[in-house]
Write a protein that binds this ligand. Structure first.
Ligand SMILES: Nc1ncnc2c1ncn2[C@@H]1O[C@H](COP(=O)(O)OP(=O)(O)OP(=O)(O)O)[C@@H](O)[C@H]1O
Ligand SMILES: Cc1ncc(CO)c(N)n1
Length: 273
């Protein structure tokens, strides 16, 4: 099978734990070929975000047009978009090039608490981007923001919120439970036929969870074209993330909330030997 091209449209995280850096590592680790359109530079470490320099929307559009006039793309992962202008440039490209397998991580706030999306851009995410995605992967605060509701922390309310996000126009919703507490870390997938599937993994006892959301959405985007359906891709993406979390404490990438450990599965398993 030919190698899949996976495009990340996201912000840069110099610490390598989140954003395009995490996305590209994930694409490679799972056998994809990574491409990246940068929407914003952040001055960021494991300790937090010191500043954001947004890429002008026209230049995001120019990056997309230049790339997509040349390259075939099998799946897209969308992360930090910063503002409404950038969202519109991305929407334009999604429509013009009819991009397949769009996984939208509606990034709003970093784990450190710093804002990565202007509050006045939430409406454009909700009305223009959510309906164009094949899958959205909000965490609990992002789901609440998109719905204009309070944040909920129990599985039955999560299911109701995921269903309301489908009513809002999302094709599929993976509502992530990383912000819950307990022995396991559970995410809920609601599909277009209204079915809910639960994905549970052992909760790894580590403070190094920087970029878990970026890693999960990128893993799903990489695996979906290589698997039969989203359900299989999500299951395997979560296994990959849990393994990356299990090895996170082996890294020494800063003194704050460190990144998860991406490693090349094919090489690690000796399959290329
Ligand atoms: N300690 C943990 N052990 C196992 N899985 C975890 C843990 N923390 C988060 N996860 C999983 O990581 C994925 C991302 O969830 P989370 O809700 O933390 O995303 P996020 O807040 O968008 O992440 P970020 O903003 O750091 O990119 C989910 O599949 C969640 O279940
Ligand atoms: C650039 C970037 N994208 C996404 C996240 C999500 O945590 C982050 N911290 N930084």
């Amino acid at each position: 099978m030919r190698t899949c091209n996976i495009l990340s449209i996201a912000g840069s995280d110099p610490s390598g734990g989140a954003g395009i850096q995490a996305d590209l590592k994930t694409f490679s680790a799972l056998g994809g070929y990574g491409m990246a359109v940068v929407t914003a530079l952040t001055a960021q470490s494991t300790a937090g975000v010191a500043g954001v320099q947004e890429v002008p929307a026209e230049f995001v559009g120019s990056q997309l047009e230049t790339l997509l006039n040349d390259a075939r793309v099998d799946a897209v992962k969308i992360g930090m978009l910063a503002n409404t202008g950038v969202i519109r440039a991305v929407v334009k490209a999604l429509d013009a090039y009819e991009l397949p397998c769009v996984v939208l991580d509606p990034v709003m706030v970093a784990k450190s608490g710093d804002r990565l999306l202007s509050p006045d851009a939430i409406d454009a995410v909700r009305t223009e981007l959510v309906p164009r995605a094949d899958l959205i992967t909000p965490n609990l605060p992002e789901a609440a923001e998109l719905l204009g509701e309070n944040e909920r922390h129990d599985l039955s309310s999560m299911r109701e919120q995921a269903e309301r996000l489908v009513e809002l126009g999302a094709t599929r919703v993976l509502l992530k439970g990383g912000h819950l507490s307990g022995q396991s870390s559970t995410d809920l997938l609601v599909t277009p036929d209204g079915l809910t599937e639960t994905f549970s993994a052992e909760r790894i006892a580590t403070r190094n969870t920087h970029g878990t959301g970026c890693t999960l959405s990128s893993a799903i985007a990489t695996l979906r074209p290589q698997r039969r359906n989203f359900s299989e891709a999500v299951r395997e993406a979560k296994d990959y993330l849990t393994e990356a979390l299990r090895h996170a404490d082996e890294l020494d990438a800063g003194r704050g909330k460190g990144p998860v450990h991406h490693f090349h599965r094919l090489w690690a398993a000796g399959e290329r030997a």
